[in-house]
Design a protein around this ligand. Structure first.
Ligand SMILES: C[S@@+](CC[C@H](N)C(=O)[O-])C[C@H]1O[C@@H](n2cnc3c(N)ncnc32)[C@H](O)[C@@H]1O
Length: 301
C-alpha cells in the first residue's frame, strides 16, 4: 500500500470518534495484520528470547522464576509475556496506555507458541497452561497482572519493587518528552541493580508496507510536513539510536549494552541520504543508518 494513502487514512481515523476501535477492526478484517502475520510473530519471539538472554546473563540462568518483571506497551496478543512464562517467569506486571489486549488474539498466540515450541522454533521450559474458563483465569495461571488503560509514566507501584523492565517495539511510538518520563518512572520502580531491556525499531514504519520507500524515508521530510502525515494513531518519533541512549542515561541508568542493526544496504542508504533534512543532515551515516537498537541498562546500586 502506498505510504501516503496509509498516512491519510490514519489521520482520518485519528480524528474520528471511536477511531481506535475502527482501526482495530480494519487490522483484523482489511489489512489482516491481526492476528500477527508469521514474520511479525517470529520477530516478537526473537525479541522475547533476546530479553530472556539478557535476564539470564544479569541475574543467573536459574533465577527467572524468582523475578518480578514489568513490561510496558503490552499490545494485542501478549506474545512476549507468554514466551516469558514458558521460560519459567512466574510474576509479570503489564502496563498499556490502551486496552488493546484481546482474549481471542492471546489464545491464538498461545496456540502458535505451542506449535513453535513443538517444532523447536522457540525454547520452552514448560508448556503454556490449557485455556481455562475465562481470560482472567488464563492471565492468573501465567502469573500476569494486566493493567490497562495504564500509563507507564505513572505506574503507582512502590519504589524498588521490580527486578527487570522489558519493552518491545514501543519506544519508537512514544514522543521524546513522554519517553523521558517513562524512563524516570522505570528508574524509580526498579530495585538497585535491576535492569531495563528495550527493543526499538527506528525504521520508518511506512516502509514495512510500502516497498517503494526505504527505512530512512521519513528523514527526508521537514518537521512540519512530517507532523502532517504522522497521525496520532500510528505515531512514530524519528529518534536515532544515540538519542535513545542519551535519554536512558539522562534518567540515571548505566547503559550495559547497545546493539544496533541495519535493515538495508549501504547503497540504498547512500542513494537517499543527500535528501535528508535538518536535523538529520547534520548527523553521520553511523548515527543515521541503524534501523534497530537493543539496549540493556542498569539502575546503579
Ligand atoms: C506498537 S505497540 C507494541 C505492542 C507489543 N509490545 C508488541 O510488540 O506487539 C505499542 C504499544 O505501546 C503502548 N504505549 C504507548 N505509550 C505508552 C505508555 N505511555 N504507557 C504504556 N503503554 C504505552 C501502546 O498502547 C501500544 O500497545
Amino acid at each position: 500500500m502506498k505510504w501516503t494513502a496509509k498516512a491519510q487514512m490514519a489521520q482520518v481515523l485519528s480524528h474520528m470518534p471511536r477511531g481506535r476501535q475502527v482501526h482495530a477492526w480494519m487490522q483484523r478484517h482489511v489489512t489482516k495484520t491481526l492476528p500477527m502475520p508469521e514474520q511479525d510473530f517470529r520477530d516478537r519471539c526473537r525479541i522475547a528470547e533476546r530479553h530472556l538472554t539478557s535476564l539470564r546473563q544479569h541475574f543467573g540462568a536459574d533465577r527467572l522464576g524468582a523475578l518480578t518483571l514489568l513490561e510496558f506497551g503490552a499490545g494485542w496478543d501478549l506474545i512476549v509475556p507468554q514466551v516469558f512464562f514458558g521460560a519459567g517467569v512466574n510474576r509479570q506486571l503489564l502496563f498499556d496506555l490502551h486496552r488493546l489486549c484481546d482474549p481471542p488474539l492471546v489464545r491464538n498466540a498461545a496456540g502458535r507458541l505451542q506449535a513453535a515450541a513443538a517444532g523447536q522454533a522457540i525454547s520452552q521450559a514448560r508448556p503454556l497452561p490449557a485455556w481455562p474458563g475465562s481470560f482472567d483465569a488464563y492471565l492468573e495461571a501465567l502469573g500476569i497482572t494486566y493493567n490497562a488503560p495504564a500509563d507507564a509514566r505513572q505506574t503507582g507501584l512502590a519504589a524498588d519493587s521490580i527486578d527487570a523492565v522489558t519493552t518491545s517495539l514501543v519506544l519508537e511510538h512514544v514522543p521524546p518528552d513522554a519517553i523521558a518520563s517513562i524512563y524516570r518512572e522505570m528508574h524509580r520502580v526498579l530495585r538497585p541493580d535491576g535492569i531495563m531491556c528495550s527493543s526499538i525499531d527506528m525504521s520508518d514504519h511506512f516502509s514495512h508496507s510500502d516497498s517503494t520507500i526505504t527505512p530512512w524515508n521519513f528523514l527526508q521530510l521537514p518537521e512540519r510536513a512530517w507532523q502532517r502525515v504522522n497521525a496520532d494513531l500510528i505515531y512514530q518519533n524519528r529518534l536515532r539510536g544515540f538519542e535513545h541512549l542519551a535519554l536512558i542515561a539522562d534518567a540515571g541508568f548505566e547503559v550495559l549494552l547497545a546493539e544496533e542493526r541495519v535493515n538495508g544496504t549501504r547503497a540504498a542508504f547512500d542513494a537517499v541520504q543527500p535528501a535528508f533534512v535538518a536535523p538529520f543532515n547534520a548527523m553521520s551515516p553511523e548515527q543515521l543508518m541503524p534501523t534497530q537498537v537493543y539496549v540493556v541498562a542498569r539502575r546503579a546500586v
